[in-house]
Write a protein that binds this ligand. Structure first.
Ligand code: SAH
Length: 364
C-alpha cells in the first residue's frame, strides 16, 4: 500500500478478496457488482443525477426532452389498443415521464409501470409519478400492448468485452496485479466460433447479455401485443464505431478510473445501436429504426417548442436556448446519442426517423 492510495471502498475490499480466492472476473460481473450490489452498489446507495451528482441526462437538462418523447408515444397510441400500458426502464428521478404525462393527457390515463432496481430511485420516482407501479425486470411487466421508453438504461447494464490477438479471441477480465490492486487482464484463448473466420489481431467486440435480453423481451411484446418503444442512449453505429472497448467511469462530471472506487463511480458502456436493432428484429417480427437524438428532436419540433417556451417565460429564454443546443447540436448530445424505435411488423417509418432531417451544427 502506498501513500497516494485513496481509502478503499467496501466493494473494493470485497472484490479483491473474492478475486484473490476465486480468480479474475469478467467486466460484466464487475459492473453488475459495482452498480447493483444490494448494499454498496452505486445505484443502490445514491441518486447520481444532476449538478451536485455525477452526471446529467437529457430529461434533467430540459422539460422539452420528456415532452417530445411523450408526444411520440402518444402518437403511437392514437390508433390505440385497449389495455395499453405505459412503461419506462431505469427512470432515474422520474423527470422524463412526469414531463411526458403533463404534455400528453392521453398517456396520463394509462397504467404506468416502472422497471427499477434501486429503492433509492424508486422513492424519487414515487414523488413525481404517484400512480406508478414498480417491477425489477422488463419480463415482469404485464402482458399488454406496450408504450415504452428507456433513456440511458441500456448503458448501465453489464457488458462483456473481448479482444483478439493472433491466436483468437480473449475475454477482458479484472484480476489483481502483483501489488494486489485491481487490474485489467485477458482470459486464455476462447474456442474459435464454429465455421467463422479467425478475428483480425486487435479486433474487439462487446456483448451485453442483459441488454440483448431486455431488447428481445420488448420486441416480443410489441410483436405480440402491439405498441412501440424508444431506446435512447449515448452509443454508436457503423459510421462512428469507436477504436476500442467502451466501458468508462464518470464521477462528478469527470472521467474517472473504472477500477479505483467501485460503488462510488458510475460505469457505462456505449451500445452499438445497429446491433440493438438487429437483436430486436431477430427476436420477433418487428420494425426497428435508428436515428440520432438531434435529428429525432428536430423532426419532432423541438425548435418550435423552445420558441414557445421562451415566449411564455422570457426570463428563461437564455437557459432554454442553451438546453436546446446541448440536446440537438452535433458537437453536444445531438450526434453521439442515438434513438432506436421498435414497432410492430409493417408499421410505417415513424416521426423522428426521417434520415433527411438535417442535424444542427454539422457542416458536412
Ligand atoms: N432514465 C433516467 C436515469 C438514467 S440512470 C434519466 O434519463 O435521467 C440509469 C437508471 O437505470 C437508474 O434509474 C438506475 O437505477 C436504473 N438501472 C440501472 N441498472 C438497472 C437494472 N439492471 N435494472 C433496472 N434498472 C436499472
Amino acid at each position: 500500500m502506498t501513500f497516494d492510495d485513496a481509502p478503499e471502498t467496501p466493494l473494493l475490499r470485497q472484490l479483491k478478496a473474492r478475486i484473490a480466492a476465486r480468480g479474475p472476473i469478467s467486466v460484466a460481473e464487475y459492473m453488475s457488482i459495482a452498480l447493483g450490489d444490494p448494499v454498496h452498489g452505486y445505484y443502490t446507495t445514491r441518486d447520481p443525477l444532476g449538478v451536485a451528482g455525477d452526471f446529467t441526462t437529457a430529461p434533467e437538462m430540459s422539460q422539452m426532452f420528456g415532452e417530445l418523447v411523450g408526444l411520440w408515444l402518444a402518437d403511437r397510441h392514437a390508433a390505440g389498443a385497449a389495455g395499453t400500458i405505459l412503461a419506462e426502464l431505469g427512470p432515474g428521478r422520474g423527470t422524463l415521464m412526469a414531463d411526458a404525462l403533463r404534455a400528453s393527457p392521453a398517456l396520463a390515463v394509462l397504467p404506468l409501470w416502472l422497471v427499477e432496481t434501486s429503492t433509492t430511485l424508486r422513492a424519487e420516482q414515487g414523488k413525481r409519478l404517484t400512480r406508478a407501479q414498480w417491477v425489477d425486470r422488463p419480463d415482469a411487466l404485464p402482458d399488454a400492448p406496450l408504450l415504452l421508453v428507456a433513456n440511458e438504461f441500456v448503458d448501465a447494464l453489464p457488458v462483456r468485452q473481448y479482444i483478439a490477438d493472433a491466436g483468437g479471441w480473449r475475454e477482458v477480465q479484472i484480476g489483481l496485479d502483483p501489488d494486489g490492486r485491481l487490474a485489467f487482464g485477458l482470459s486464455g484463448r476462447l474456442p474459435p466460433p464454429a465455421g467463422g473466420a479467425p478475428p483480425a489481431p486487435g479486433a474487439w467486440r462487446e456483448e451485453s447479455p442483459a441488454a440483448e435480453t431486455a431488447i428481445a423481451e420488448i420486441a416480443r411484446r410489441i410483436a405480440m401485443h402491439g405498441g412501440g418503444a424508444l431506446i435512447i442512449d449515448y452509443g454508436y453505429g457503423a459510421e462512428d464505431r469507436p477504436a476500442g472497448p467502451t466501458m468508462q467511469a464518470v464521477r462528478r462530471h469527470e472521467r474517472a478510473d473504472p477500477l479505483e472506487a467501485p460503488g462510488e463511480v458510475d460505469l457505462t458502456w456505449l451500445p452499438d445501436f445497429d446491433a440493438l436493432a438487429s437483436t430486436a428484429r431477430a427476436a420477433a417480427p418487428v420494425e426497428a429504426w435508428v436515428t440520432t437524438q438531434g435529428q429525432f428532436l428536430v423532426e419532432l419540433g423541438i425548435g418550435q417548442r423552445a420558441a414557445a417556451l421562451a415566449a411564455a417565460r422570457p426570463g428563461e429564454a437564455a437557459a432554454i436556448a442553451d438546453a436546446l443546443e446541448r440536446l440537438v447540436m452535433a458537437d453536444a448530445m445531438g450526434e453521439r446519442f442515438k434513438v432506436l424505435a421498435i414497432l410492430p411488423a409493417d408499421h410505417p417509418r415513424p416521426p423522428g426517423f426521417d434520415p433527411a432531417t438535417p442535424l444542427p451544427g454539422r457542416t458536412a
